[in-house]
Design a protein around this ligand. Structure first.
Ligand code: ATP
Length: 512
């Protein structure tokens, strides 16, 4: 446990030291759970956005983009259900005065039981060696089976309490499971209360209920209210999708774990409009497409898992999360939801405007069904950073910290390093940059010895470093060093573009 926490601390420290992520308003001691992306963070974030946009919008003929306003008519949030139902159950510990999400406390308790089972499996593995059959062990070992039964029991009770708004039952469950406050260690809990997650503010200079507006808690509604605008102006035929990247705001009860849970964050969402009855097929399609998009980045296959929701959100007919193995364990990275016709129907009712699609093939009008994919940009950022961060001990006993960021996402693609600040080496380095900079983000660095400069580029994840030396001036070749293998080879300057492009082009991810 401690080592995982240490790893997260190391990543946070590294992100700050090299200009990826800073605590917001740091000179005023920061603002809780708010972060600013620094010079390298902004690049990485843009590249992630670009990867998503290309894969979702530009690679799909039938998906288009949108950039809707953050402020929306307040009725939107009434219609969407957020005013009445976008709540989290909160509970306070009377001794530490700390506030928790009741469902998260229970989920964490379940995770602990799961960990115990995993330990049991590890023990079995050690005992039986090659002859060990994990599936058989998990389905026959009495201790494991008893714990699985316990988990199912807890999940069923939690689902019942959450879906039927039985807040007393939720508290009872926390008491019966003897869950203690991680801070005070006490079981002295308040009652469970519902807490609405939307931020509100006032429009213009008049205050009061009539001018109350909300900061959007999801980008999806900007897509729904524009459904007909886009369909008509873009002559879209069902099935089609509308995608958007933008800020969302939630007054999270417990905002922590770095950029994993913030009160201001960014979402990349796509709503796919389909014929009623075809939503099941498209739900499976998008689950499959989205997991492939993640896996194309080349991180460990075991870093991902699907998790079906215990409690469906107020709009959902079916929902699955793609969970990712973050430094604090498996947590939600993306949600894929089958939303039925809930949203468009609600907006029809509240706005009094028809939001229907005329299907020329069926010769009828209907409200389309929607399948949504929704991934947090900041969580993607943390996923990339945490999987890429490596503290390596090299063959010669020295160590290096390297960010093995997938090349297409790396902030800088190339660093160009003149070995010395004389004899025309800096000029040739600049010339090389001039040839590459239109397609690849380049950095020029002439400070310190070359070894230190390589280490600096490793630490920020630059896939290639080019060293310009005396020989380069004569034969127009340079040393090209690759980040992960640290292999160095002599290559002609004229080949640089091709070699770099082959490795860093986003095409590699999109066809993968
Ligand atoms: P969680 O259960 O972790 O609160 P959620 O199920 O409420 O998440 P959704 O409403 O499905 O999340 O939002 C879609 C995506 O937006 C999530 O998968 C996540 O990546 C991102 N997201 C949601 N809330 C936050 C937040 N507070 N900070 C950063 N990203 C978030």
């Amino acid at each position: 446990m401690a080592t995982q926490e240490d790893r997260l601390k190391d990543i946070i420290g590294h992100a700050k030291e090299y200009g990826f992520v800073f605590p917001s308003s740091e000179i005023y001691d920061g603002l809780s759970a708010t972060y600013d992306y620094g010079q390298l963070g902004a690049e990485l974030k843009n590249n992630i956005k670009n990867y998503w946009w290309k894969a979702m919008v530009q690679m799909h003929e039938n998906i288009v983009g949108l950039d809707a306003a953050i402020f929306m008519a307040p009725q939107v949030w009434k219609a969407s259900g957020h005013v009445d139902a976008f709540n989290d159950p909160l509970i306070d510990n009377k001794d530490s005065k700390k506030r928790y999400r009741a469902d998260v406390l229970i989920e964490e308790h379940i995770e602990k039981i799961r960990q115990k089972n995993n330990k049991e499996v590890e023990k079995g593995q050690k005992r039986f060696g090659d002859a060990f059959n994990e599936h058989e062990f998990r389905t026959t070992n009495p201790t494991i089976l008893r714990r699985e039964e316990e988990i199912t029991g807890i999940e069923n009770r939690m689902r019942d309490a959450l879906t039927n708004d039985k807040l007393d039952d939720l508290k009872l469950l926390i008491e019966e499971l003897e869950i203690v406050c991680p801070l005070s260690g006490s079981k002295n809990w308040t009652d469970v209360k519902q807490f609405n997650l939307m931020f509100s503010t006032e429009l213009g200079s008049v205050s009061g209920e009539s001018s109350k507006i909300y900061l959007r808690p999801e980008t999806a509604q900007g897509i729904f209210v524009n459904f007909l605008n886009v369909q008509k102006s873009g002559r879209m035929k069902i099935p089609f999708g509308i995608a958007q990247i933008g800020k969302a705001f939630r007054n999270e009860i417990v905002a922590r774990q770095f950029i994993f849970r913030m009160r201001e964050f960014e979402q990349m969402e796509m709503q796919f409009f389909v014929r009623p009855g075809e939503e099941g097929k498209w739900y499976e399609y998008w689950k499959d497409y989205r997991i492939k998009w993640h896996k194309a980045l080349g991180f460990s296959e075991n870093a991902y898992r699907f998790h079906d929701h215990i409690k469906l959100a107020h709009y959902a007919k079916a929902a699955a999360d793609i969970e990712f193995d973050f430094p604090m364990g498996f947590k939600e990275l993306e949600g894929i939801h089958s939303r039925g016709d809930f949203d468009l129907k609600q907006h029809e009712e509240f706005s009094g405007k028809k939001l229907r699609y005329f299907d020329p093939e069926l010769n009828e009008s209907y409200i389309p069904y929607v399948v949504e994919t929704s991934v947090g940009l900041d969580r993607m950022f943390l996923a990339v950073l945490s999987q890429s961060y490596k503290d390596e001990t090299l063959e010669d006993g020295t160590t290096r910290v390297v960010l093995s960021i997938p090349p297409a996402l790396a902030p800088y693609k190339v660093a160009v390093l003149p070995l010395m600040k004389k004899d025309g080496m800096p000029e040739l380095a600049r010339e090389i940059i001039d040839g590459l900079k239109f397609d690849f983000n380049c950095q020029y660095d002439d400070k310190d010895n070359i070894g230190r400069r390589y280490r600096r580029q490793d630490a920020i994840g630059t896939p290639f470093a080019i060293t310009v030396d005396q020989e380069s001036l004569i034969d127009k070749t340079v040393t090209l060093r690759e980040r992960d293998s640290m292999k160095q080879e002599r290559v002609p300057i004229q080949d640089l573009y091709r070699i770099i492009d082959e490795k860093v082009n986003m095409r590699n991810l999109l066809v993968g």
